[in-house]
Write a protein that binds this ligand. Structure first.
Ligand SMILES: [Zn+2]
Length: 443
């Protein structure tokens, strides 16, 4: 039982350390929203959570052949959920000096056109999913490119690591260069084929992926609704109301629309399992429609600051009861680290005049993100039966973090220091279905 190296063939594995997870939203439940075991044990059987509790209670009941991994001194949390990211933009992260529409023309479309080459797609996909794991992210909702093979590449990379991942082929049939353009019909047919190939295969799920309203004709948006109707359980991902020039462009392209969001509403794309990145320039009615339809917002703070797009109103989303998750939005976003992203989320909330507590921040990065994707029955916390995806964080990963954390008195203070000062260096290990898929090696 005391073996230090986990045996992958062991039926039962146990992980000991400080354990934190959430059972609900701290914004409404307060202290009752989280479970905290300063010296806890997470028991995993066949990749699923079998038990969670204080070491003093769990240890006596552990079977003799259980294999124990000792993470004492570290903090075990459910794996992070990144609800909006573009794997094909890995290579253009940190590109200088553009706002959204110029950014797409100057950097995004040239980078994405390279994914017509399956070999390039495969190489980037492998790198990208390993980066997710290196940052403690175990589930992501991912944009591929217009090319069907780019979808195969990202799903194959996720499947090889047993990861839960949602992705889809980008649909763009107008206002983009030919290399990244499809047609309403070819986009529909490619999507249908990819759904048949990948949706619900192992832990993978498909998302119908119109990039955003300006690059799809009304016919293409209509066909998106049809794909969703014909394939219950399939997701939808897109962007909305990120940038004011974009909002003005949508108003010109769809003169009948009440608002940008209304364009998607017209084509019945607001629904459960639909995730819209950004949601900055929305009004009261838009937020009401999102809440009423069960669609979710992905809050992408590093991207919104980097591209100068605006400030997400987390309070308004909460007041309207809209589902919200956190997105890194790389490459418009500047980091795949959810810790870095929570840091920026806190600052965006400060500028917007409201406050993001460390409890709510870590909730949004785990169970809240899972709930925004309607996956909270499978991932997001350590309820028995859930898939055992988790991240092991080192709150003393750097000299400064060690010094700051040594002076904290409460878990809230420690979590806050972790999200403000932490990054990939604070990720000690990442486990998928109980198995270590990333371990930090000593520097
Ligand atoms: Zn995006």
């Amino acid at each position: 039982m005391a073996a230090s190296i986990p045996d992958p063939t062991a039926a039962i594995r146990a992980f000991r350390g400080e354990i934190l997870d959430f059972t609900g939203d701290p914004a409404t439940l307060g202290d009752r929203a989280h479970r905290h075991h300063p010296d806890g044990i997470l028991v995993v059987r066949d990749g699923r959570v079998a038990a969670l509790g204080p070491a003093s209670e769990v240890l006596p009941s552990l079977p003799a052949d259980a294999v124990m991994t000792d993470y004492r001194g570290k903090l075990i949390l459910p794996g992070f959920v990144d609800t909006h990211v573009h794997y094909a933009q890995t290579d253009i992260i940190a590109s200088y000096g553009a706002q959204l529409l110029d950014w797409l023309d100057r950097y995004t479309f040239p980078a994405e056109s390279r994914f017509a080459d399956p070999e390039h797609a495969r190489e980037v996909a492998e790198f990208f999913v390993d980066e997710l794991l290196r940052n403690g992210t175990t589930t992501a909702m991912v944009f591929a490119t217009t090319h069907a093979t780019s979808v195969d590449a990202i799903f194959e990379a996720a499947e090889a690591r047993s990861m839960r991942l949602i992705a889809g082929k980008v649909l763009m049939d107008r206002n983009v260069p030919e290399q990244v353009r499809d047609t309403a019909d070819s986009g529909y047919e490619d999507s249908a084929r990819l759904i048949a190939r990948w949706h619900n295969r192992h832990r993978l799920a498909y998302a119908v992926t119109p990039r955003f309203a300006p690059t799809s004709t009304e016919r293409q948006l209509e066909l998106c609704g049809r794909l969703l109707d014909l394939n219950p359980g399939v997701f939808l991902q897109s962007h909305v109301a990120e940038n004011l020039s974009e909002v003005a462009w949508v108003a010109a392209l769809f003169p009948w629309s009440r608002s940008y969001l209304d364009v998607y509403d017209r084509y019945r794309l607001l629904r459960e399992r639909a995730v819209f990145a950004h949601c900055i320039h929305l009004d009261h009615e838009d937020r009401q429609r999102m809440a009423a339809t069960g669609a979710a917002m992905s809050f992408c703070p590093t991207s919104n600051l980097f591209l100068g797009s605006g400030l997400f109103d987390a309070q308004a989303a909460r007041d309207h009861g809209v589902r919200v998750g956190i997105g890194t939005d790389v490459g418009g976003g500047t980091s795949l680290s959810m810790l870095r992203t929570l840091d920026e989320a806190y600052k965006v909330c400060q500028l917007a005049g409201n406050r993001l507590s460390p409890w709510r921040a870590f909730y949004l990065a785990t169970l809240g993100g899972a709930a925004s994707l309607y996956l909270d029955d499978r991932i997001g916390n350590f309820d028995p039966g859930k898939e055992a995806d988790f991240v092991v964080l080192d709150p003393a990963a750097t000299p400064l973090m060690a010094r700051r954390v040594a002076r904290t008195e409460t878990l809230a203070e420690k979590l806050f220091a972790l999200m403000i000062l932490g990054d990939d260096r604070a990720v000690h290990a990442t486990h998928v279905l109980g198995e270590a898929r990333y371990r930090q090696t000593a520097a």
